[in-house]
Design a binder for this molecule. Sequence first.
Ligand code: ZN
Ligand code: ZN
Length: 260
Amino acid sequence: MILQDLHTHTVYCDGQNTPEDMVRAAIEKGMSRIGFSGHCYTFFDTSYCMSEDGVKEYCAEIAALKEKYRGQIEILCGVEQDYYATASTAPFDYVIGSVHYVRAGEEYLPVDESEQTLLRGVKKHFGGDFYAFAERYFAVVGDVLAKTNADIIGHFDLISKFNEGGRLFDERHPRYVAAYQAAIDKLLPYGKPFEVNTGAISRGYRTHPYPSRAMLEYIAEKGGSVILSGDSHSKDALCCAFEKWYAACQKIGVNVVWDV
Ligand SMILES: [Zn+2]
Ligand SMILES: [Zn+2]
């Protein structure tokens, strides 16, 4: 297992630490590589993302850190590109393609902001039918590589963030299963890895990473691959529970990759 984390956030977006704090913590943990993946600028919601000027500063600061820490740790400058964003991904070493919203009418409904927002949105736009919402969400996710040209598929089933123990909907429901399997089938031909993302574990929302076990088994069965990522919003969260979930991936028989 290679100790690296390519999904990290800093004070340039909604993370708690500076890039240099993250690099120092990564070196202390013995990591061989850290990749930054700040939230791209999204014109319709600036509450959690990098500003347009911030993106330039972020790139410049990480370029300087690459030089400063050369020989100690490899540093990559990536971006987490939201499906609905229009900002260019050209300046970055790699791209994580993520769906954080479902567009409903004129509204961009955030799927992971809070349980209250999610419940209100599903009620307002989908008549309270979580499976109709999931069908729309996974239709968007199935298109995320075509839209963002990403190297990594971000948190595939983010809509399950508040569904620990099946509190909101049944993840074995045939409509839910059909929706996610169709998205996986659409994404597999690109040959890009799905994240095994432990971000909701380190932040206390979930006990299982994204995607769910059933999804990982389906990805394994279809010959897809995964990459471990922490979605780390603080230096303490880097590589959260990677040993455990790397072992789980091996048990499931899904191919784990490290490079993008
Ligand atoms: Zn994300
Ligand atoms: Zn993220």
